[in-house]
Write a protein that binds this ligand. Structure first.
Ligand code: HEC
Ligand code: HEC
Length: 234
C-alpha cells in the first residue's frame, strides 16, 4: 500500500512538473512573440494588414500548419519551404531551438487552438477514395496539375511561370509557392487546394479555391500527384 501511495505521488509530481514546464514554454514564447512578431502578425495573430510588404503576413488564427510545422517555418523561414518572397524571416540565427519551440507553442495554443480539429473535421467530411479508383489517381492528378496548377506553379511545380512574370510586370505581384519544397502533407495539400489560400489565412486571394471546379476525388488525386511526383523534401 505504501508503495502504491509513493507511486501515485511520483506520478503526480511528474505530471505537475510537466504542466509547469509547458506553461513556461507558452510564457517564454509569448514574450518573444510580442517582441519580434507583432509588427507583422499583430498582437492576436490576425495580422497587421496596413503593413506595406509585397507579400502580406498570414493570419496565424487560420493556419493549416501544425505546431511542429510552424516550428519549421519559424526556424528556417518561409522561403526555405517554398515561398518565393523572403518576407517571413529565418529565425534560427537569432533564437535557439527551445526558444523557437516556445514561440511555435504559443502561436498554436493562443491563436489557433482548434486548428488541428478543424483540419480533421474537413478531412472527415470529404469523400473517401474507393479502392477501385485508387489506380487512376496519379494520372488524373497529373492531368489537372498540367492543365491548371502549372499556370502559376509551373509544370515542374517550382513556382515559376510566364503568368507569374506577367503579374510582376503589371504590379499585381503574385508568388505561387515552389511546391517541390512544400512542407504540407498530402492531406493538407488537398485541403489547401480545395479551399484556397484565403481560407487558410492569406490576406490576398491569389491561390483560388478549386472546390467548385473539381470534386474531392480529383483534388485528392492532384494532391497525391504533388506529394509523390513534385515534392522533393520528404
Ligand atoms: C517582416 C514581417 C514578418 C515578421 C517580423 C514575422 N513574420 Fe511570419 N510571416 C510573414 C509573411 C509575409 C508570411 C507569409 C510568407 C509567404 O507566404 O511568403 C509569414 C508566415 C508565417 C507563418 C506561416 C503561416 C502559414 O499558415 O503558412 C508562421 C507560422 C509565421 N509567419 C510565424 C511568425 C512568427 C512566430 C514570427 C516571430 C518570431 C514571425 N512570423 C515574424 C511576415 C513576418
Ligand atoms: C492563379 C495562380 C494559382 C493557381 C492556378 C494555383 N495556385 Fe497554388 N498557390 C498560388 C499562390 C500565389 C500561392 C501562395 C500562397 C497563397 O497565396 O495562398 C499558392 C500556394 C499553394 C499551396 C500551398 C503551399 C504551401 O507550402 O503552403 C498549395 C498546396 C497549392 N498552391 C496547390 C495548388 C494546386 C494543387 C493547384 C491546382 C489545382 C494550384 N495550387 C493552382 C497560386 C496559384
Amino acid at each position: 500500500m505504501r508503495q502504491i501511495n509513493s507511486l501515485i505521488l511520483l506520478i503526480c509530481l511528474a505530471l505537475s512538473t510537466s504542466l509547469v514546464a509547458e506553461d513556461y514554454l507558452y510564457d517564454d514564447g509569448k514574450v518573444i512573440y510580442n517582441a519580434t512578431c507583432v509588427s507583422c502578425h499583430g498582437t492576436q495573430g490576425d495580422t497587421n494588414d496596413a503593413i506595406m510588404l509585397i507579400v502580406k503576413p498570414r493570419k496565424l488564427t487560420q493556419t493549416i500548419l501544425t505546431e511542429a510545422q510552424s516550428f519549421q517555418i519559424i526556424k528556417e523561414g518561409a522561403h526555405h519551404w517554398g515561398a518565393h518572397a523572403d518576407m517571413m524571416p529565418t529565425f534560427k540565427y537569432i533564437y535557439k531551438d527551445d526558444e523557437i519551440e516556445g514561440i511555435a507553442h504559443y502561436v498554436s495554443k493562443a491563436f489557433n487552438p482548434n486548428g488541428e480539429a478543424r483540419v480533421e473535421k474537413l478531412l472527415k467530411e470529404s469523400k473517401p477514395i474507393a479502392k477501385a479508383d485508387e489506380h487512376k489517381m496519379l494520372k488524373t492528378g497529373e492531368k489537372i496539375f498540367k492543365r491548371n496548377c502549372s499556370m502559376c506553379h509551373g509544370v515542374t511545380g517550382n513556382g515559376k511561370s510566364e503568368y507569374v512574370e506577367m503579374s510582376k510586370a503589371e504590379d499585381s505581384f503574385m508568388y505561387p509557392y515552389n511546391l517541390q519544397r512544400t512542407l504540407l502533407s498530402q492531406d493538407q495539400i488537398f485541403l489547401y487546394a480545395k479551399f484556397g489560400g484565403k481560407f487558410w489565412g492569406t490576406m490576398e486571394d491569389h491561390m483560388p479555391s478549386w472546390k467548385k471546379k473539381y470534386n474531392d476525388f480529383e483534388l485528392k488525386s492532384v494532391a497525391k500527384y504533388v506529394n509523390e511526383k513534385i515534392k522533393k523534401i520528404k
